[in-house]
Design a protein around this ligand. Structure first.
Ligand code: SF4
Ligand code: SF4
Length: 481
């Protein structure tokens, strides 16, 4: 164990304030307890007050604070700090200590499981039944189910296996954290004579932080910071944005698929359904026309068919562009398809996580800020009026945040340039292959430019135009009920 190190300038643990926030054991414990208490309170509140009219706390906390700020914003810059304060991970460490400590069966030891739970269990259902999960009752129910699910697996299996394979958020945070500006490692000079490996012993995930630098990967590290309390040689460094992505590391198939599927399910589907769905020519789009076509002979009940087909098209387009583009690129470079796909696929990472900041910035002013404040006003019975949103969609200045869509594209191309250098081929072939490998990035750019064009040329749909509620009424009439 090392008691003292002279910290590098970029070591966050050595910085004033930040060093305290990220390293102080007592502060981190209090923070985790407070977050866990809020989590439990919001879930219980959701069951007691199940409707939106009664309860703004549960949804405000989960969808106004936890998702956009603790998850998207921190992931884009700081890495996986969300997992570091996650109530499931926090309590899971204690549960696993007293649990059965079995080895996770091979059939469950697969991070694609968590990704599929998120993709189908959340996003697919979300577009089919918009608003279903966003009621206080449904939010409380979802997080109760997840809590029971996670605690069962923490109890049964060792090494926090739930976080590594089954958590719907785990793979997402592991993958997208690579875009951030931080990395955890150890001071090599201090570690070389170490015989006790306290950092590894302290890690409930059975990781070895002293190997992270050599591997250029933090593997399943959730930034819980337990190792940094155990040994001073652990460092948490500020690095160049996406610093680890420009060098070699052991790639993981599930991470690349997380980039593609999450970009499709969130960024592209929302671009189709929510953004272009507000334009005056919404009825012209192919996902809307497909929905209308199938409604002609299938009764979809209360399913939002437009949302469903927007999702299906977004996913199909994203997968096809990635697969076909990478296949052509691999042929041009004469590198195996698998190597091309899983080396270059990391360049898709910024599309969701950096591009998502544009949505986050706008929605902070539209409703996240007021949702958060109102949630706490209600939760703690404060004698003050509810806050109004800071802006409306008519405030043009809010669109300044769309700049993040363009930053995401530049960022993705920079990573693509860096990663294509890691492949063994000639510069000429790489230059020809690059646009094909980047088809998903080009599509994302095209969609954003098209959105600007559509709203400039045709404007916003008139009130009373196409919307989901009206569409459902039309469907009811059409189906004869
Ligand atoms: S992987 Fe999932 S359960 Fe584990 S700490 Fe992260 S969010 Fe929490
Ligand atoms: S390596 Fe350190 S910060 Fe990462 S999970 Fe293990 S103990 Fe926590």
């Amino acid at each position: 164990m090392v008691d003292f190190v002279t910290r590098d300038k970029n070591d966050i643990y050595g910085m004033p304030i930040l060093g305290f926030l990220f390293k102080n054991r007592h502060f981190l414990l209090v923070l985790k307890i407070v977050i866990t208490a809020l989590f439990v309170y919001a879930v219980v509140f959701g069951f007691i007050y199940p409707t939106k009219e009664q309860n703004v706390f549960t949804t405000g906390l989960f969808w106004g604070l936890f998702w956009p700020f603790f998850m998207v914003l921190t992931l884009a810059f700081l890495g996986r700090v969300f997992c570091g304060i996650c109530p499931h991970g926090f309590l899971g460490k204690y549960i696993t200590r007293f649990g059965l400590k079995k080895k996770m069966p091979k059939s469950l030891n697969n991070p694609f499981i968590g990704l599929m739970i998120l993709f189908f269990g959340w996003w697919f259902v979300y577009y089919m039944f918009p608003g279903l999960y966003k009621t206080p009752y449904a939010t409380a129910l979802v997080f109760t189910v997840l809590t029971v699910f996670s605690f069962t697996f923490f109890f049964l299996y060792k090494d926090m296996a739930y976080c590594k394979s089954l958590c719907p958020i785990g793979l997402l945070t592991r993958a997208f954290s690579k875009v951030g500006f931080t990395k955890l490692e150890t001071y090599k000079s201090s570690c070389q004579d170490c015989k006790t490996f306290e950092c590894a012993t302290a890690c409930s995930y059975n990781l070895k932080p002293f190997t992270f630098e050599k591997k250029n990967s933090m593997e399943d590290c959730t930034l819980c910071m337990d190792c940094s309390s155990a040994c001073e040689a652990v460092a948490f460094k500020a690095i160049k944005p996406s610093g680890s992505l420009v060098s070699k590391f052991k790639t993981m198939k599930a991470e690349v698929w997380a980039f593609i599927l999450i970009t499709a399910a969130i960024t592209i589907t929302m671009g189709f359904h929510h953004a272009l769905g507000r334009s005056a020519i919404v009825d012209e789009f192919f996902w809307v026309q497909t929905a209308r076509y199938f409604e002609g002979f299938i009764n979809f009940g209360s399913i939002d068919t437009v949302g469903l087909f927007a999702f299906i098209y977004a996913v199909a387009i994203s997968i096809l562009l990635s697969v076909i583009g990478m296949f052509i690129a691999s042929k041009i470079m004469n590198v195996s398809y698998e190597k091309t796909f899983y080396t270059l696929g990391y360049a898709f990472a910024p599309l969701f996580i950096i591009g998502g900041l544009s949505h986050m910035g706008e929605f902070f002013f539209y409703h996240y800020a007021s949702d958060i404040v109102n949630a706490f006003i209600q939760a703690f019975g404060m004698e003050t009026e509810y806050m109004k949103p800071l802006a409306t969609r008519r405030d043009k200045w809010v669109h300044i945040f769309t700049v993040f869509n363009h930053i995401a594209v530049i960022w993705a191309f920079v990573i693509m340039f860096a990663r294509i250098k890691l492949l063994d081929s000639t510069t000429f072939k790489k230059a020809i292959a690059l646009p094909f490998a980047s088809l998903l990035i080009v599509f994302y750019l095209g969609m954003n430019l098209y959105k600007v064009y559509v709203f400039k040329e045709y404007g916003v749909k008139k009130r009373g135009g196409h919307n989901h509620a009206q569409h459902q009424v039309q469907k009811g009439a059409h189906n004869g009920h």
